[in-house]
Design a protein around this ligand. Structure first.
Ligand code: PBG
Length: 325
């Protein structure tokens, strides 16, 4: 008999394809990363990220309401810190009235259901633009972890549902978990950026927050993109230390890692579809070289297929609008 298999039978119509589709993408899969600025009624476009803005807390809240109504149920927040408040201790990071803490409170007041996950790392607060405290050109691990625990507790005090350490210091998940328990924040979770690579895809994000490293690079703490096994080790350590969700970052060029981490852990896996990935699609679409909407949905779908339970993406709003049609 020829042919033995007619696999195309399952692809004959839209209905047939829908019936056998293995993964479905919905707005509930997304988290939206938001950049916060000081002031009120402030909305500054990020040139390398068309469609993305740095907004003051009032306008951020407006955007969060829209996201919620579209079915996006989580936001990641990042702040642009005034140069005057930057130092080498990061102490502004746990100022109870700091910009991050104000943003968390305002979002939770306005949309209590929204899952708010502030970023935990010192780079926006550091005069050196590094994720940790610097001494003689070195990024100190344990002193930084201490700062991160204070920062996390202050986010929890402000009402954060989760904290999301993106710094890649060793031992921070355990230390943060311990500090959250000791301060009574038993239900505040940790989404750990577990396999975070030292990547050039973060360029536009650093433009948005003016947080590029002032010297050197981040290769002594973020991972080497040549490595795979190390990602599994990082993820397993974080789960052991108490991470509720582990993240792989960036997304599209790292889908092999996403699948391996997904197979190795028993917690949800999130993937950060990062700023540079967003910028590439926007740039190609602006030139008419790629179909924006189709590429956006395809990439997000592929991230989910690879094993992402949650996708952090600057496309969250646009994709949600399209998926809701
Ligand atoms: C900082 C942080 C970065 C990103 C998220 N948190 C930049 C960096 O590590 O330099 C990048 C996200 C993106 O590119 O969208 N700790």
């Amino acid at each position: 008999m020829f042919p033995i298999h007619r696999n195309r039978r399952l692809r004959t119509t839209d209905a047939m394809r829908a019936l056998v589709r293995e993964t479905v993408l919905t707005p509930n899969d997304f988290m939206f990363p938001m950049f916060i600025a000081e002031g009120s009624n402030v909305e500054v476009p990020i040139p390398s990220m068309p469609g993305i803005y740095r907004r003051s807390v009032d306008l951020t809240v407006k955007e969060v309401k829209e996201l919620w109504n579209l079915g996006v149920k989580a936001v990641n927040i990042y702040v642009k810190v005034d140069d005057k408040l930057k130092d080498n201790t990061g102490k502004e990071a746990w100022n109870p009235n700091g910009l991050m803490q104000q943003a968390i409170k305002a979002i939770k007041d306005a949309v209590p259901g929204m899952v708010v996950m502030p970023d935990v790392a010192l780079d926006p607060y550091s005069i050196y633009g590094h994720d940790g405290i610097v001494e003689n050109g070195e990024i100190l691990n344990d002193a930084t972890v201490d700062a991160l625990t204070r920062m996390s507790v202050s986010h929890a005090d402000a009402g954060a549902d989760f904290v999301a350490p993106s710094d890649m210091m060793d031992g921070r998940v355990l230390a943060i978990r311990k500090a959250l328990e000791e301060s009574g924040h038993h239900n505040v979770g940790i989404m750990s950026y577990s396999a975070k690579y030292a990547s050039s895809f973060y360029g536009p994000f650093r433009d948005a927050l003016d947080s590029a490293p002032g010297f050197g690079d981040k290769k002594t703490y973020q991972m080497d993109y040549a490595n795979r096994i190390e990602a599994i080790k990082e993820a397993l350590h974080d789960v052991e230390e108490g991470a509720d969700i582990v993240m792989v970052k960036p997304g599209i060029a790292y889908l092999d890692i996403v699948r391996e981490v997904k197979n190795a852990v028993n917690v949800p896996v999130s993937v950060y579809h990062v700023s540079g990935e967003y910028a590439m699609i926007k740039a190609a679409a602006e030139r008419g070289w790629l179909d924006h909407d189709k590429i956006m949905i395809e990439q997000l779908h592929c991230i989910k297929r690879a094993g992402a339970d949650i996708i952090s993406t600057y496309f969250a709003k646009e994709a949600a609008i399209l998926l809701n049609k």
